[in-house]
Design a protein around this ligand. Sequence first.
Ligand code: SF4
Length: 239
Amino acid sequence: MSANKNRFTPEELQEVAQRLRDASPTEIIAWGVEQIGAANLTFACSFGYEDVALVDIVRSISPEINIFYLDTDLHFKETYETRDRLQERYQVRFTRVATSLSLEQQAKQYAPDLWKSDPNQCCRLRKVEPLRRHLKGYQGWITGIRREQAPTRAHTEVVEWDPAFGLLKLNPFAFWNTSQVWNYIYDKKIPYNPLHDQNYPSIGCEPCTRQVRPGEDPRAGRWAHSEKIECGLHNTPLK
Ligand code: SF4
């Protein structure tokens, strides 16, 4: 848990979340900036379509808001290329957050292809712990999660306290639907991951993501080889 203190009571946050429900993503992030300052906010960018739209919004609000990505060393090449195109378009360098454990060390110390034998452990090593270390330097984080994405996200509020990581959490797209996000991307001609046009609606690490078939849930391609549905970033961290 970070040394961050929740300066809001649960009732206050609930009231703000209620009031900002219909506010634009820009207004929601601007509220966060007003409360804790742009330099104390960090945005978790996965380069999925919600997040490329948020790069545009975050950059239009303040260049002081840090933008980072969790580099597991296992992303698709198209994901890294999307990162590069966004950096070029927005003239920004995203912070790379990663474990110091190389894939070779992981294979030796744990198991080869740990993502198959123990994906929770793999996510903890390569995503959750590096994220925890990064978030310790901030008072609030911005994410692209939406209610519509999964039953585990159905109660997401636009503003909430994140008890797992101990800081404020802003989810400016909580109430947006898929078309709203895509319309924003097309309108602004924002670079996005071309895999989205090849039946990959939700993109994570390459070993844990497959194309979805017609009629499948958009997240059916994530961890299809296991029972896992979340990586531990947006729920109680994996124990
Ligand atoms: S998504 Fe898969 S490969 Fe990526 S960190 Fe989690 S288990 Fe490992």
